[in-house]
Design a protein around this ligand. Structure first.
Ligand code: GLU
Length: 424
């Protein structure tokens, strides 16, 4: 569907601050942002804070923090819907004066014609028609005079010059009411785009059961903002059947509402993990180290980061794999019992002797030396390498054994091997 080309596109993200920013909200924010940035238009952040109990500073900050983490920005300061109340009251008066609204038991209602219909122009669903006979006159102000949701949204969108309202499908039933309010004000309503629901891989509505449900949880689970942004963009939108990885610049350039589908999109944390792993591996080594150091709160991680980058999918996968370099071997009693039995310890002694005088002490020389021991003892490689692995890492899961020994250095490697040999 063609989009207005002469006028600037103005989008908005209008969250109600009820807590963390959920994936669905993040997708709404992202699509609005892509639409605005891709057209050189404006992006507005409007906090729908009329529920004064839930709209705490903490809840507002959480949303802003999550948007910042995703690098979704907006033009101007965030707007406060509650801050526009006097304007909402003014419009309610205006609608009463023009005869479009009337008082009933103290509350104010908008008159809905008996006949006819209201058509919502939706760039994702096409025109959606609502017959007036199915819509009652609806309340726009409570009996205490306070404005209601549909009125506030319609007026705020109007006052901000919003041209495109992109939001979750759950708002579609509100939309004809907002359109009627705008028409009663003799204003042209914006065009809409109602985004499909999000499901988990089991086909049920997305919830906590499916894993991390909010942006903050994804961040704390070690996902990268660029991977979350890329994956979130694909929850309902696709460019073609082939491309999965998009830089932010590509998304800005390629995104359009006419490629957003109507059927529910599936949020699959496993797919996001896979995608995140790819982003991690493509990161510049220095950046990866910085990200891991920020995530773990430890420093000096460059060497270990290099050894683990092929094996991790999230930043959180790193420490369980690499912590032994810094905090000493883990205590995996099972691995210990299995590989550090008498025979294992005897083989470890042979490895120790081979490593003790090895010069230089590098990945390559270590590998050659240990393979020689394997040959001399006439054992399978595993029969030597697993005891060494358990001796230095405490477990059977670690990065490459030769590289790990080299990174630990001769002294530390020998000391761990000695401890393993003597701990009968
Ligand atoms: N405040 C609403 C929400 O958080 C969104 C309203 C809108 O986008 O029009 O779901």
């Amino acid at each position: 569907m063609p989009e207005p080309s002469t006028n600037e596109i103005v989008c908005r993200f209008a969250p109600s601050p009820t807590g963390q920013l959920h994936i669905g909200g993040a997708r709404t924010a992202l699509y609005n942002w892509l639409l605005a940035r891709g057209s050189g238009g404006r992006m507005i952040l409007r906090i729908e804070d009329t529920d004064r109990v839930r709209s705490t500073k903490e809840n507002v900050d959480q949303i802003i923090e999550a948007l910042e983490w995703l690098e979704i920005d907006w033009d101007g300061d965030p707007l406060s819907q509650a801050g526009h109340q006097s304007r909402h009251l003014e419009v309610i008066q205006q609608l009463k004066q023009s005869g479009h609204a009337y008082e009933h038991e103290g509350a104010t209602r908008l008159r809905v014609p008996e006949d006819g219909e209201t058509v919502v122009r939706d760039l994702i669903r096409g025109d959606v028609t609502f017959k007036h006979e199915a819509i009652d006159d609806f309340t726009i102000a409570r009996s205490d005079g306070s404005p209601l949701y549909n009125l506030a949204v319609a007026v705020d969108d109007l006052d901000s010059g919003v041209t495109h309202v992109v939001r979750g499908e759950d708002h579609l039933s509100n939309t004809p009411r907002q359109v009627m309010i705008l028409k009663a004000l003799e204003q042209e309503p914006p065009v809409y785009g109602h985004l499909p629901l999000l499901h988990g891989p089991d086909g049920k509505k997305l919830s906590k059961r499916h894993g991390a449900a909010s942006v903050q949880e994804l961040r704390d689970a070690g996902f990268l903002p660029q991977a979350v942004r890329n994956y979130t963009a694909l929850l309902g939108w696709g460019y073609d059947d082939k491309q999965t990885f998009f830089s932010t610049d590509e998304l800005v350039k390629l995104f359009s509402l006419d490629r957003v589908g109507r059927s529910a999109a599936v949020f699959d944390e496993q797919k996001l993990r896979w995608m995140n792993g790819t982003y991690l591996r493509e990161m510049d080594p220095g950046q990866l180290t910085v990200a891991l150091e920020a995530f773990t709160g430890r420093d000096g991680l460059a060497g270990a980061a290099g050894l683990c980058r092929e094996k991790i999918q999230t930043l959180a996968d790193f420490w369980p794999l690499a912590g032994f370099f810094f905090d000493g071997p883990a205590e995996d009693a099972k691995a210990h019992a299995k590989f550090l039995d008498e025979e294992g310890r005897a083989r470890l002694g042979e490895a120790r002797d081979a490593l003790a005088t090895l010069e230089p002490f590098t990945d390559e020389s270590i590998e050659n030396a240990l393979r020689e021991v394997v040959e001399r003892l006439d054992v399978k490689p595993k029969q030597l390498f697993q005891p060494v692995r358990v001796a230095i890492s405490g477990t059977t899961i670690s990065p490459g054994i030769f590289e790990s020994l080299a990174l630990l250095g001769r002294e530390e490697s020998l000391s761990r091997i000695d401890k393993a040999i003597s701990a009968a």
